[in-house]
Design a protein around this ligand. Structure first.
Ligand code: GRG
Length: 303
C-alpha cells in the first residue's frame, strides 16, 4: 500500500478510497454471485456508492500512528465502511429521513424499492463481520484482539452507539433538544462509529494502553466535531456541493447544532471538539500528522 504524505488529509482520503473501494468491489462481486437478481444488484449499488471514506482514512491513520505497517488493515477499514453504508441505506428510507438523493445519486430505495433497500441494509451487517474476521486473520491477529475488534465495531454500531443514537434522534423529532441532549444523540448516532474507526486502527496495531486511550479520546471528540460540521454544512451548503438535498434538517424541523446554537457558534463548537481531539493525542504524546490533518479536514470539509 502506498504510504501517504503525512499530514495531507486529502491524499490520505484518496489512498483510503483506492484501497477500500477495491475491497468493496470484491464484496459486491461475491454478493452478486451469491444473491442473483435485483437484490444482488442493489447490494452492489450500495457498496459501490462513492463516499468520502473518512472512516477508512481514520482506520489507516490510527493504525499507522500506533505502529502498524501491514496493507491488510484495508480489510478493517472496509468493515467499518460497510457498517456506515448500511446505516446510510436505512437512514434514507421513508420510515427514517425519507431522502431521494445520497452521494450524488438516487438513494438505494429510489434506485430499487423500499423492501429491497431494507434487505440490503440487513444483509450488509454480516458482510461487515466477515470482512473484519478475514482482515484480522490476514493481519495475523490472535483470538483476543480479533474479539476486541468485533466488540468495538458492533457495540459502536448497536444500541449503545449508532442504533441507539438514531433511535433517540427519531424519538426527538418535533421536540426541541437541549445542547446536552443533542450531544447524547450524536455521541451515539454519528460519533460512535467514527470513534470505533480510530480505536480499531489501534487494536489492529497492538497499541499499548496509553495510546489506545488517546485514540479513543481523539475519536470521541472528532466524532462530535464531524456531526457539528455536518449540521453547519446542511444549513450553509448547496445540494450540488453535498450530493444530497441541502436544508433537510430545517425541512424536517430537526434539532441540530445550528438550530440550537446558530451557525457561527456551531462552527466554534466544531473547532473546540477538533482542538480537544488533538489535545488527547498531545497528552501521551502520540505524534500523528495524519490524525491532526484529518481532525482539521473534518471541520473544514466542503461536503
Ligand atoms: C433501527 C433505530 C434504527 C437505526 C438503524 C439508520 C441507522 C441505524 C443509523 C443512522 C446513522 C447515521 C446515518 C448517522 C449519520 C452519520 C453521518 C453524518 C453520515 C454522513 O457521513 P459522511 O459525510 O458520508 O462521511 P459519506 O457519504 O461521505 O460516506
Amino acid at each position: 500500500m502506498a504510504d501517504t504524505a503525512a499530514g495531507d488529509a486529502v491524499a490520505l482520503l484518496a489512498e483510503a478510497r483506492q484501497v477500500v473501494d477495491a475491497e468493496l468491489d470484491r464484496c459486491a462481486e461475491r454478493l452478486a454471485a451469491d444473491v442473483p437478481g435485483p437484490l444482488g444488484d442493489a447490494l452492489a449499488y450500495a457498496l459501490r456508492s462513492p463516499g468520502k471514506r473518512v472512516r477508512p482514512a481514520l482506520v489507516l491513520a490510527a493504525y499507522r500512528a500506533a505502529g502498524g505497517r501491514s496493507d491488510a488493515i484495508a480489510g478493517i477499514a472496509t468493515a467499518v465502511e460497510v457498517v456506515h453504508t448500511y446505516s446510510l441505506v436505512h437512514d434514507d428510507l421513508p420510515c427514517m429521513d425519507d431522502d431521494d438523493m445520497r452521494r450524488g445519486r438516487p438513494t438505494t430505495h429510489r434506485a430499487f424499492d423500499i423492501p429491497t433497500a431494507t434487505r440490503v441494509g440487513y444483509l450488509l451487517v454480516p458482510v461487515a463481520g466477515e470482512e473484519l474476521a478475514r482482515a484480522a486473520a490476514a493481519l495475523g491477529l490472535g483470538a483476543e484482539p480479533t474479539g476486541a475488534l468485533a466488540v468495538e465495531l458492533f457495540e459502536a454500531g448497536g444500541i449503545r452507539g449508532m442504533v441507539g443514537g438514531q433511535w433517540l434522534d427519531l424519538e426527538a423529532e418535533r421536540r426541541g433538544l437541549t445542547l446536552p441532549e443533542l450531544t447524547a444523540v450524536h455521541r451515539g448516532k454519528t460519533g460512535a462509529l467514527i470513534r470505533a474507526a480510530v480505536v480499531l486502527g489501534g487494536i489492529a496495531a497492538g497499541a499499548e494502553p496509553g495510546v489506545s486511550r488517546a485514540l479513543r479520546g481523539y475519536g470521541e471528540e472528532i466524532g462530535l466535531a464531524f456531526q457539528v460540521a455536518d449540521d453547519v454544512l446542511d444549513a450553509t451548503g448547496t445540494s450540488e456541493e453535498l450530493g444530497k438535498p441541502a436544508g433537510r434538517d430545517a425541512a424536517l424541523a430537526k434539532s441540530t447544532y445550528v438550530s440550537v446554537l446558530g451557525v457561527a457558534a456551531a462552527r466554534a463548537e466544531a473547532v473546540r471538539h477538533q482542538q480537544r481531539a488533538v489535545a488527547e493525542l498531545a497528552d501521551v504524546p502520540l505524534v500523528s500528522e495524519s490524525l491532526v490533518a484529518l481532525a482539521r479536514y473534518i471541520v473544514t470539509r466542503p461536503s
